[in-house]
Ligand binder design. Structure first.
Ligand SMILES: [Fe+2]
Ligand SMILES: [Fe+2]
Length: 337
């Protein structure tokens, strides 16, 4: 998984260059093709109307044969004085949001951990910049990508979202950001990859027109949402490696693990999005891991709630117009149970 970024055309200089929004998508050299076009009909058609299949050098076996995401031996830090912070959905494609990243203190969090629960940007160059900036500010940054991070609207024509995911892993690795299980003091943090598989509801006829992922992502042939979700869940650890008595387990995902995390005040007109919010498979996994506390993103609705013995927290930064439902600040994650 640790290819160097030079092959993807993301130089150290460009990663340090700051949140410029010029030339989006033009920085990446055309990669060799693994996502092949097909003309078979599919629900997951790309913007061009083509669908995508894995070629001979498939991503899938390569991901599984390499060190699996989150099954990597847990990274361990013996210090017990670190604070844990979390945020999601910073969406730095908006310049004001990118400016907020720049303004986070360079001095206040040097002993602390930050969970980034996805949806930073669809632009790989901006992603590298953002992860690098946070890595410089925190002792350790942990990350899972969201749906926006796997959009390929401005990528070369032969890029699919699974291959984009590989690039995102490489960018995180290069920035010193971890997507693996991480242990400090008596806490173990487990990132959970995911997607949505319609386990929260059946899409209505309008969702296909309204939900941008259907046009901004491209998947290999046969990868419907259920298959995409299965693919990512398969990369998650089934158990905490080397569990210790009394250890606190914190998990995090971009997508929602259960639909009742959407609060009652959300209007019925918005509930047509339920099918694309997450997967019950994430809930199944975090329960199997013995999670005490789960951080999630994607809904952009800040919330802290305890359900069936687990505390769930959403701290989305959100879009510029979402100030009323998003706190737009880092929060320290303190287990109050
Ligand atoms: Fe988001
Ligand atoms: Fe999202």
């Amino acid at each position: 998984m640790g290819r160097n970024l030079g092959r993807a055309g993301l130089s150290q200089k460009s990663r340090d260059a700051g949140p410029s929004h010029r030339g989006r998508g033009a920085t990446a050299a055309a990669p060799e093709s693994r996502c092949r076009k097909s003309h078979a009909p599919s629900r997951m058609e790309g913007a061009s109307g083509t669908v995508w299949r894995l070629g001979g050098s498939s991503i899938l076996p390569r991901l599984r044969s390499g060190p699996p995401i989150s099954r990597h031996p847990a990274q361990t830090d013996a210090r017990n004085t670190m604070r844990l912070f979390a945020i999601s959905d910073i969406h730095i494609d908006y310049p004001d949001n990118a400016q907020w990243v720049e303004q986070v203190s360079d001095a206040d969090y040097r002993d602390d951990i930050l969970i980034l629960a996805g949806d930073l940007t669809e632009d790989r160059r901006l992603l590298a910049w953002c992860l690098g900036r946070f890595a410089a500010k925190f002792r350790q940054v942990l990350f899972v990508p969201g749906n926006h991070d796997l959009w390929v609207r401005h990528e070369p024509a032969d890029m699919c979202s699974l291959r984009k995911f590989e690039h995102v892993v490489d960018i995180a690795t290069e920035a010193g950001v971890s997507m693996y299980t991480y242990r400090y003091g008596n806490t173990v943090i487990v990132p959970l990859l995911g997607w949505y598989d319609y386990s929260f509801g059946t899409p209505d006829s309008d969702l296909g027109k309204l939900w941008m992922d259907y046009r901004a992502c491209r998947w290999p042939e046969g990868f419907d949402p259920a298959r995409v979700t299965e693919h990512f869940l398969d990369l998650n650890p089934e158990t905490v490696p080397h569990p210790r008595p009394g250890e606190r387990v914190v998990t995090f995902s971009h997508f929602l693990p259960r639909i009742d995390l959407i609060p009652f005040f959300v209007p019925r007109a918005m509930r047509h999005l339920d099918p694309v919010l997450g997967s019950t498979g994430i809930e199944r996994q975090l329960r199997a891991l013995g999670s005490h506390l789960h951080i999630y993103g994607h809904s952009h609705i800040n919330r802290r709630v305890r359900l069936d013995g687990v505390t769930y927290i959403n701290n989305a930064f959100g879009y510029p117009q979402e100030g009323a439902i998003a706190a737009r600040r880092l929060i320290e994650i303190i287990d109050e149970t």
